[in-house]
Design a protein around this ligand. Sequence first.
Ligand code: GDP
Ligand code: GDP
Length: 461
Amino acid sequence: MIPVIALVGRPNVGKSTLFNRLTRSRDALVADFPGLTRDRQYGEGKVGGRPYIVIDTGGISGDEEGIDAEMARQSLRAIDEADLVLFIVDARAGMTAADEMIAQYLRVNDKKAHLVVNKTDGLDAQSFSAEFYALGMNTDPWMIAAVHNRGVSSMITQLLDELLGPMPEPEPEPEWGEVSALTDEARDEAMAEASKEQSERQLKFGIIGRPNVGKSTLVNRILGEERVIVYDQPGTTRDAITIPFERNGKPYTLVDTAGIRRRKNVTETAEKFSIVKTLQAIKECNVAVMVIDARTGLVDQDLHLLNFVLESGRALVLAVNKWDHLDQETRDNIKKDINRRLEFVDYADVHYISALHGTGVGELFRSVEKAYRSATSHWSTNRLTTLLQDVVSEHQPPMINGRRIKLRYAHQGGLNPPIIVVHGNQTDALPGSYKRYLMNTFRKILKVTGTPLRFEFRSGE
Ligand code: GDP
Ligand code: GDP
């Protein structure tokens, strides 16, 4: 499981600046799910080959009606979900009463927390660090300047090393970067081997979606009530549960984010739902089944979650649930809305199902299988290069500065999602419209469905 880091502190100490440093910030998932605080942000980052999840918990100013009210419940869940808390203070502002209250909360709750003194740029370390020792954190403070990216990556590297132990030896299997340095034959052989190995592996699919869309109903439907009772163990508030099962004689693993619900009430729904769990499940599965509620239609949070799936490169199947007892007009409207707004994931099959009645669940499985097959397919360098040449001769790339952009050959660079590496020259200048033409044509001819298909362009004379 990927470690989770929470950023806490007063407003204006530099949490979002640090958050942006630690994540590819444009992918940040802003949490405004019902029942959860509005201003929490989730993002993913990576240092030295190690991925992590970061939560920006939003500001805790202490000016509100009591710190307890402000830090209460939902907003504290971010801290509870974290493996590591970074408590950020402002070197320029010095220590405040709110800082002391936050420190107190962390001490009482016995969280693994580190003090981070931000905005140390242009300041003399001796002049301010002493007062922060009064916060009584167990470790020495980290001194950083988030805005200048100073001290940030060494801090995270060390903290992750402490948390996870030293980096393991690199895997013996070749990196895809290395593979591209091999001969065509050796590379094709390595890719074919990896593809075979993956397709023989037990397919892992995750069931994700915002609260109340019908995830646990669907899990119950897939597993059958008896199985559900067996795996219902407590103590899994944050981590998704993986459940091996068989369907039509074939083994699968289900990655469940919904958990079991005995009493059906809204508080429990918000309580069970965890973005961290959802992100972990997306990372862990091969195919994500995203459940959408036909009764509410698409909402922003559905789109945010879908964006995360898209970024992760996982294969995707859409399940529009609660399709029972809807009149024709409503159905037509929902379908229209979904086709229009989900164009950015138009590679995914959409199923209209009723988890409650079990309709459409069999077809859903067929799409999951199909998406996995596409995501782990292998095409030889020869096949891809021939296809590239056909596509190019059909429609030439444009001239740039009097020279035509050349695309010479293509080979596969990865699986789940499949990556196609295209070699040529001036590929940096390739217009977006031409890239889309390439991607769409490759997708169509190679019959890739249910998975993103990524392209990488490399220039070399
Ligand atoms: P948040 O409210 O805790 O999320 O704080 P922000 O990240 O929005 O930062 C508040 C202000 O502090 C912004 O104007 C930042 O540019 C500034 N800031 C953040 N980090 C640093 C730093 O390392 N040095 C200095 N001098 N300013 C910083
Ligand atoms: P979760 O929070 O995503 O796990 O959602 P649940 O599975 O707990 O379902 C939320 C509510 O939607 C419950 O009251 C379910 O009975 C109801 N529900 C789930 N699937 C369906 C369905 O296919 N049709 C209808 N009409 N209701 C459903």
